[in-house]
Ligand binder design. Structure first.
Ligand SMILES: *Cc1c(COP(=O)(O)O)cnc(C)c1O
Length: 424
């Protein structure tokens, strides 16, 4: 692929982009004097313009039906989550019965670990990536403690090698093999939130299973961003949030995956609630919990319909576009962004922008993390002032993600121009 860092080139790319028409289906923030370059879809995806209509439908039905809306609303609330199941199943590569949209991400990780982290005296360790997202660290530590283990002993973190930014997969798999006798669980983020590194989830899942461990994935930065085949990879469980690449509202509802092989296992310990109970008997209010077969059996409560309506609106766009088209544009636009940054870095004698995200497309998604050598926060502040909405991490890392559904090649060009003029 050959690129040019010119407005003309970027506009031609946009004209030939089959997804360019979707940009207009999203609201871009308008708080700024300048038109924004929104590259933070990895943190909070933009609002689809259709969200209002989907939520309004539920508000209207609530007004009209009151409690009867559970069965008489246009989309009955009793089974509202079922509307989302086939749509999200496609995003994560699962069978319908393996997924359910429910709760929030960290809640789901805990609920899944209650079932799938079942340590014994000799096999109790959890392997995760070093510097995992803080919520995941807290979740893992508290799970270890809950079972009476010392986190510093029970949790094995794998770090990049000295002088490197990314984890080597062979270091993960060899660490798994090394601890094969004592490993209960492998749980890693499918795409690292900080570096944007995407892992070979199939390979790591297999390595975990070969060691006799259960393997779960946090897909917060992966769902809607990268190719997933959770069923085929034999992943035991996974959870993700919907408000990052899936554009489904701040704090929006999460999704969880439980592989079919565990669907009928009523012996798995779990924290139960009425929404996970056999649907036919749910309103009989009888004692004795009998879980629904499959992922739905992990639900606790009746669905937060308004938030789910936002998710439904966003997923309908994914349905219409199709994941393959999204991934194709992702690779193109991310490569263009990489080209533009590299060119600007090469032409500056004050700044050296090192992209710490892997170069290979199969090892990343839409996010690039830039280490801004020679620059400090003033660079980022100047960029923000000029309209770039991105993410800064001390001491000098900028995280940006061009979302294939709504970012344009012209956004990338403008980002480059602002980056260049912001160099201190
Ligand atoms: C965004 C993110 C979270 C957030 O968890 P919530 O429960 O949705 O607040 C957790 N883990 C990872 C890896 C994330 O990227």
């Amino acid at each position: 692929m050959s690129f040019d860092n010119t407005l003309e080139f970027a506009r031609t790319k946009d004209q030939n982009d089959p997804l360019s028409k979707y940009r207009d289906q999203f609201f871009f923030p308008s708080f700024h004097d300048n038109e924004v370059v929104y590259f933070t879809g990895n943190s909070l995806g933009l609002q689809p313009k259709t969200v209002k209509k989907y939520i309004q439908q539920e508000l209207d039905d609530w007004a009209k039906w009151g409690v009867e809306g559970h069965f008489d609303a246009k989309n009955p609330w009793f089974s509202y989550h079922e509307l989302l199941t086939p749509k999200i199943a496609k995003v994560v590569g699962a069978k319908d019965k393996e997924v359910v949209v429910t709760h929030s991400l960290t809640t789901n990780l805990h609920l899944l670990m209650v079932s799938f982290y079942r340590p014994t005296k000799s096999r109790y360790k959890i392997l995760c990536e070093g510097k995992a997202f803080p919520s995941d660290q807290y979740a893992l530590e508290s799970q270890a403690k809950f079972h009476g283990f010392e986190p510093s002993d029970a949790i094995i973190e794998v770090f990049p090698r000295e002088g490197e930014h990314n984890l080597r997969e062979e270091d993960i798999t060899s660490m798994i093999a090394e601890h094969a006798d004592e490993l209960a669980l492998v749980m890693i983020g499918g795409v690292n939130y900080y570096t944007g590194q995407r892992f070979d989830m199939e390979k790591i899942t297999k390595a975990g299973h070969d060691a006799g461990a259960i393997v779960g994935w946090d897909l917060a930065h992966a769902a809607g961003n990268v190719e997933l085949a959770l069923h085929d990879w034999g992943v035991d469980f996974a959870a993700w949030c919907s408000y990052k690449y899936l554009n489904s509202s701040p704090g929006g509802v999460s999704g969880l995956f439980v592989h079919e092989k565990h669907a009928k296992n009523e012996d798995l310990p779990r924290f139960a609630g009425w929404w996970g109970h056999n649907k036919a008997e749910r309103f009989q209010m009888k004692p004795g919990f009998h879980p629904i077969e499959g992922a739905e059996g992990w639900q606790l409560s009746n669905a937060p319909v308004l938030g789910m309506a936002a998710h439904n609106a966003a997923l309908d766009i994914f349905e219409e576009v199709g994941m393959e088209a999204i991934f194709k544009k992702r690779d193109n636009i991310t490569a263009y962004l990489e080209f533009v940054i590299t060119e600007i870095s090469a032409s500056s004698d004050k700044a050296d922008f090192e992209i710490i995200t892997p170069k290979e497309q199969h090892r990343r998604g839409a996010q690039l993390s830039i280490l801004a050598h020679g620059q400090g926060k003033a660079l980022f502040d100047a960029m923000a002032k000029a309209g770039v909405v991105a993410d800064w991490r001390e001491p000098n890392v900028i995280r940006i993600a061009p979302a294939p559904l709504y970012n344009s090649y012209e956004d990338v060009y403008r980002f480059g121009q602002i980056l260049k003029s912001a160099i201190q």
